[in-house]
Design a protein around this ligand. Structure first.
Ligand SMILES: [Zn+2]
Length: 103
């Protein structure tokens, strides 16, 4: 039994184990389809402005239940995440966005 095992391992090593592991790069962690953005979208796009009067774009940073999506997921930089949350706060106070959505 142990002989067979050794044999198999050697064959594996010989068989060019290098090629076998390719393609593992695009594994999403979790696989739940959470979009990962490398850079803050506002830094990337100079034309994009955080505006509390624009609930449509602010909603991109809210969950379905009306909670703010954390920076780790939204991918915003600290400065812009702050602006986004600030804008969301204002938008909520003028009823453009909900504080919470009853689940
Ligand atoms: Zn930014």
């Amino acid at each position: 039994m142990s002989m067979e095992r050794t044999d198999r391992m050697e064959r594996d090593r010989d068989g060019g184990g290098r090629g076998g592991r390719d393609g593992g790069m695009d594994d999403e962690r979790g696989g739940r389809g959470a979009p990962r953005r490398k850079v803050c979208r506002f830094c990337a796009d100079k034309a994009a402005v955080v505006d509390y009067k624009d609930p449509g774009s602010l909603k991109l940073f809210l969950t379905e239940r009306g909670k703010v999506i954390p920076r780790r997921i939204s991918g915003n930089c600290a400065a812009h995440q702050r602006r986004v949350t600030e804008a969301i706060r204002r938008a909520r106070s003028v009823a453009l966005l909900p504080f919470t959505v009853a689940g």
